[in-house]
Write a protein that binds this ligand. Sequence first.
Ligand code: CDP
Length: 684
Amino acid sequence: DELMNKLDPSRDLLLTYNGVRTLMSRYLMKRLDGSFFETPQYMWMRIAMGVAYSEVKYGNDPIKWVEKFYDLVSQLKFLPNSPTMFNALTKLGELSACFVIPVDDCLSKDSNRDNPNCFFGIMDAAKLAALLFQAGAGVGYQFGELRPEGDVVKSTSGVASGPLSFMRLFDTLVDVIKQGGKRRGAQMGMLFWWHPDIEKFITSKTGRLKDVQLQNFNISVTIDDYFMTKALRGEDVYLLNPRECTCLYQTWGQEFIKCYEECVSKVKAGLVKVWRRVNAGELWSKIVESAWDSGDPGLWNRDVANMKIEYVNDVVSEKYRVINGTNPCGEVALYPFESCNLGSINLTKYINGNSIDWVSLANDIMLAVRFLDDVIDSNQHPHEYLDRANKASRRIGLGINGWADVLVSLDIPYDSPKAIALADVVMGFVARVAVRASVELAKEKGPFPLWPSSKWRSGFLPWRVHDERVSKMLEVKGVSSDVEEYLEILKLGYGELGGLPNKAEEYLAKLRATDDELIKDASTVGVRNGALISIAPEGSRSLIAGVNSSIEPIFAIAYVRNLSIGKLIEYNYTALRKLKDSNALDNETTSKVLESGMLPSNHVMHPVLKTANEIHWRWHVFMQVTFAKWSDSGVSKTINMPSNATKEDVNGAYRLAWALGAFGITVYRDKSKAVQVIYTGVEG
Ligand code: CDP
């Protein structure tokens, strides 16, 4: 009864028409006859109850937390990832949005008990993936441990079919499973740059295979700083067989380089079969060409991911001591069997006129971290390895939503130094308060089990590592001027922000969330969560919250989104309001916006309302890396380009992202795929 009284039906009015449509299509529970079992407010309450239930385990009053969580989500201030909304308090009980599953070089561990390299075989991975798709989650895999096509298979004296053929198996799996699930399982397939099948992988979704093959996969080439240096210098590299040099995927950074060079010596001495010697610059050009043609492959830098993670999660098997892959959209680099427990703060709720309400923002970040931490205990996974890995690291992924709306309401163009500096201030605030929240939780509930051996103990903060790496890049020929430009822009932007950064810092000091205080407490008291910050795409959550997704610029002021639930005509309401308030929405402007989704370039409001394809890729990358600085897991962002962008543009964007410390990068040239999810304009 207490909780029933708490339900506030007037909050349904916060939802937009498309928000309600989205909830009705998949989120609200239905009876067997198809009628609705819950209204939005009941749904928020169900989610709050399902998550707060974990508090019982720690001797806390769950009702108190149900009320707080309900207030947070029902006002659309914070939304957890979709599976938490789908499955909280239901029989499925899987609350995580995504996973990384290992694919070891064997069919199944059942028939390979004495092979130390076979802990979780291809079919073991396929089975687990199917169960996760059923719950609406996505899965990422590194296929680079598989021996190349044409290699020997001892047990059958046969010939290996290689990673690509197995990727097709997983692709079909999604087609088959999607019938019964809430949504089609998204997948990420990766391959190391040194794998002998890398060229086939790079072109596997390009040219005549575009829009045909691997349609249920995003693909990314796993790169590292070693490869990038070779590529920039146009030097040769060897492609190597992972079966013969297993340390290639069990090490990273300097250790990897040592392993790689040893393996190359073996090749040269004839001890290991020569696969191929290729020019790294040519390999790079192939990647760029394919990405220009079809958007695939993206890049993912394994060095950045491992450098910024705070712990090693080898509780399931000692074999998995390195992060070799990410979830489907790239925002969470995970150890095998770990999951992403995502949630995002809707920043539009904390803008008051021209200022930011730091106090409410901090309070809600604290609550959001607790919510996500509780998700870990309420979660029910379909395999005990998932349970073990996730309880050991207790990683969460707090992100933000509605960034473009914030910039529009503050009259700041997305492609301006001021916007980049504001991103740095706001995300810095979110990340630091999140660590403080996690320290407070550690005091109350204990640090995450892997904390004693983690980098948190030695004064490590991921954003500092990022800054150190960017400074080192100032010395690297070919990219140093890019790095200088970025740092100059940031400085300029800070100058234009006036007293705003100081206000944020003052409040951080009050919360004891300055770097010094955080280092002191995280190394002595501990933190509750191994990793904390992740910028997800917010595909559905942005629709439900009625804001522009994640950190993306406005895609268009008016646009059509083709989803499985039907065609949604959407408007960016912040932009429309801005135009209306400024008396800038005359008939001519209205018809132009309806037709093309954009403002004419000579319109007075155009600079603040530029859309994704009108913003130069350099600014897209600058924005992405500014958020990446504060993340320990990853950032999902699309670097949009107009359809007439050149290969040199793609080359430039990929290189810039690497130089500035991005976890990875994906570009999309307008209309480069036959079917797009979003089209600008709603007429014509
Ligand atoms: O739906 P929601 O807004 O909560 O999720 P998102 O931020 O768009 O995506 C978060 C993650 O969920 C993605 O990176 C995928 O790993 C996973 N996902 C999926 O598996 N299938 C989808 N159709 C959408 C997202």
